[in-house]
Structures are given as C-alpha cells and as structure tokens.
Design a protein around this ligand. Structure first.
Ligand code: AMP
Ligand code: GLY
Length: 440
C-alpha cells in the first residue's frame, strides 16, 4: 500500500521533511496542513490546507478528508496542543508525541524533574517555582551564575541568562516577578559553561536510532553576538561527531536520550513515537542537558534530512508501528553546513515584504529550503522571519561551508546571514573554548 503522508507546518524544517519523503522509492502521496502556504512544500504535495495547526479537530479533519496514513508534526505548538492525540483518535498514526509526552519540551520543569526522578545524569542544579517564595535564597546561592526559564513554550523568549540578559539580582527578580504576574511557573537553573550541541534520535517508544551530532548557532550576528534567534545555521562533520567533542560526550548524550525515552514511557504510560531532540552542553564535568525538544530541530534537520540515506518513509512507518529495532538507519559520511538568510532587522524588528530572488542554479552539493516566504502574484516575498536556507554537503566542513556560502551569496536584497558558520576559524574557536573549559 502506498503511504499518504500529512506534514503539519510550513517552515524550512517541513520543506526538508517533504523533500526527504519525496526521495523515497515508495513514492508516497504528500499532503501539507499549515498556517501559511510554502511554495517549496506545495510543489511536492497533492493537497495543501491552510488553517490553524494548533486546532486538533481541524488537523484531524484534513487528515481524514485526504485519507492520510501517517502524519508528521513539524513544530512544537501542535504537539503541545494535543494534535497528535486527535490524529491517533481519528485513526491516523503520528510521528510526533502526544500532548502528555510532549511535556518533555512544553514544560522545562517536567523535563528536569523526569531526569531527577529516574536518576538520569545531565541535570545541573534546578528548582521550579510557582511564586517568589524561597527565590532570593536560590538566586543568592548561584549569584551571577544562574539561568531563569519560563516553564512553558515561549517561542525562544522565555530564557534569560546571567551575564547575557541578567546583570544584577534586581534584573533576575524583575524577570521572575513578571513571570509570576503573568501566571507562569518558572525554573531557576545553575548556569553551566561549555559548548552546545544537538543530538536527535528517531524513537518508537522503545528503540532509538541516533542521528549525527549537530551544532546550531543561536545568536544573530557573527562571532556569536546579538540577540538569540531560532538558529542561524548549523554544521555536521563527516564522521558524524563534532570537532570539539570526545566520543564519550556523544555516547553520554545518546545514553541520556535512551534513558529519557524509557522514563517517558513509564511516566506517561505510553510510548514516545517521534523525534527526541536533546540540547546538550559538553562541560568540564561531562555532558549536561540544556533542554529537550519533542521534534526535529530547525535548522538541524535541514542538515540531517539532506544526509539521510535510509528511506524516510520506512523510518516513519517503523516509528508508528514500533518496529525501529528492525531498521538500520544510515546517514551519508559527508560533512554539511547550513546557513539561513534572514531579513535585515531580524529577529527583533525584521523587514517584511521584500522580494526574494532565488538563485537560478545551485552549485552541485547544495540544497535549498524555503521558510518564511509567501507567493504574491507569482512573486516570492519574505514574510519577516528566517527566509531561505542552504545546505552544502562535502567531504569536509570547510568545503561544505564554501559551497553553502557560494549559494547564499547569490541572494540579493536587504537580507543577511552569518558568514562565519562552518568556517575553519569559528570551528577552531569552538575547539579552543572546549579545551579551556575542560582544563579548569
Ligand atoms: P533553551 O531555550 O532552554 O534552549 O535556552 C536558550 C539558551 O540559553 C541555550 O541555547 C543556552 O545557550 C542557554 N542556556 C539554557 N540553559 C542554560 C544553563 N543551565 N546554563 C547555561 N546556559 C543555558
Ligand atoms: N535549532 C533549535 C531548535 O530547533 O529549537
């Protein structure tokens, strides 16, 4: 039976999902339901619905109308809203956890408490608060050395770090007061130091198949300056490790993902079926957990789905049927570099409505993904967020960077990107930073 696969979401991540599915020798029928129409995705789909992706009944109705045999949920919001629950109830199997299991992302306190309860390594000191009671004592204990996080999803705006956003006890208290005033619980954590990396695993509730490690770049400007973004670019290495990590770091992150999947099944009484994305930091005391996400990373998935060799349709089927143990998952032994172009002013005050002129041809080894764009009278318009991403793949990170940069440079107009991502100079800085961290 040929699969009919519904993709929920309309960013570059979902474009990468659609492209990976479209490569399948099974030639699945593809559908998309999303808040906006992404022309890159639309061209690969037989039907596209536009609506609210956080309305479980609407998504399920679209899936039933078009006889979807599997649904893949791209972003976190529909997962947290219980869209997977509604789809399963309607008889449509889902790659993406149900609402209860998605708490691993939608509640920072839940994730930390799960690790603590099941004695899984990786937690720094943390404490969850619903009021200001006892707060000053904890802030005093970790003076200038803490991070404050809105417990719930906050679109990347819910985390403040001492030294970056918080410069005094009063700054910290003010942020906590604001959260409490809005009725938001929050978590105070010890600030840890090291190099961040993402380790994602396909998960069917029991078996995990790990993907290569990736490093994202959250800051908007070169040299890791400027405001935090959804992620400006990413790279992976040909050996599927990262130049600043020891083998033991990758093994530790994989083991944490495995233990978390097992703990989630026990805690929620149901299997976690989807992508489990651990955001880790390699520190002087080993690998620590920064956060969990219940979905593919964006841009991480652009690198990984480009490198994926195994039939992605087969992987999705194995996830929903809990048969990952029978499947070998492989990725091409190449390095990759991904860079986003974003409108000037992004992320705080982005320009909107500028025309996006795409390159007529791409160098060999480069793939393009469309994100926050819209078609108006056959003209591609930037809608004010991460706009277009390019992934270069080659034997080395440096070669992949050159390819990627060659493509990015072809986009004219009031856009910018980070030239430094994937360059030898930046990679060496990561390696030196990690050496310094480990030698303390
Ligand atoms: P999150 O939204 O949890 O990924 O946090 C955003 C960013 O805050 C992360 O990418 C880290 O750079 C930083 N961060 C979060 N938690 C910690 C922590 N405990 N120590 C140091 N930095 C952190
Ligand atoms: N690249 C970070 C994220 O997907 O959350």
């Amino acid at each position: 039976m040929s699969e009919t696969i519904l993709i929920v979401g309309s960013g570059a991540r979902e474009h990468a999902i659609a492209m990976a599915l479209a490569r399948s020798p099974q030639h699945p029928t593809l559908l998309c339901f999303s808040g906006a129409r992404n022309p890159g995705i639309a061209i690969l789909c037989s039907d596209c619905g536009v609506g609210s992706i956080t309305n479980p009944a609407d998504v399920a109705a679209f899936a039933l109308l078009h006889h979807a045999t599997i649904a893949i949920l791209g972003p976190e919001a529909p997962l947290a809203a219980g869209v997977a629950d509604a789809l399963w109830t309607a008889g449509v199997p889902v790659v993406g956890p149900t609402q209860s299991l998605a708490r691993i992302e939608s509640s920072k306190g839940f994730a930390r408490e799960l690790l603590a309860k099941y004695k899984i390594p990786g937690n720094p000191f943390f404490q969850r608060f619903e009021s200001l009671d006892g707060l000053e004592e904890v802030l005093g204990q970790f003076a200038n050395q803490h991070v404050i996080k809105d417990d719930g999803l906050a679109g990347g705006k819910g985390v403040k770090v001492c030294g970056d956003h918080l410069h005094s006890l009063e700054d910290s208290l003010a942020f906590c007061r604001e959260l409490v005033n809005h009725g938001h619980p929050f978590v105070v954590e010890e600030k840890i130091e090291g190099e961040e990396f993402s380790l994602m695993s396909f998960c069917d509730g029991r078996t995990l198949r790990h993907m290569p490690a990736v490093q994202d770049h959250k800051r908007a400007y070169e040299g890791d300056k400027g405001p935090n973004t959804g992620g400006m670019g990413t790279y992976t290495d040909a050996d599927h490790k990262l130049p600043f990590l020891a083998d033991a770091d990758i093994a530790a992150a994989q083991a944490i993902n495995q233990q978390v999947a097992t703990a989630l099944a026990e805690e929620c009484g149901a299997p976690y079926q989807g992508i489990l994305y651990g955001g880790f930091m390699a520190t002087k005391d080993g690998v620590k957990l920064i956060e969990y996400n219940a979905r593919f990373g964006d841009p991480e998935s652009l690198n990984l789905l480009t490198l994926l060799e195994t039939d992605f349709v087969e992987i999705c089927r194995a996830i929903v049927d809990q048969k990952l143990a029978e499947l070998t998952v492989t990725f091409s032994a190449k390095a990759s570099v991904c860079k986003y172009i974003v409108p000037d002013g992004y992320p705080d005050n982005p320009r909107k409505g500028d025309v996006v002129v795409l390159p007529r041809t791409l160098p060999d080894g480069v793939t393009m993904f469309l994100s926050a764009v819209d078609l108006k009278d056959d003209v591609l318009i930037a809608t004010g967020s991460r706009t277009v991403a390019f992934v270069g793949t080659a034997a080395t990170i440096s070669e992949a960077e050159v390819l990627c940069e060659r493509a990015v440079q072809q986009i004219p107009g009031p856009f910018f990107h980070r030239k430094d991502i994937g360059t030898e100079q930046l990679i060496m800085r990561r390696v030196e930073h990690m050496k310094a961290v480990r030698s303390v």
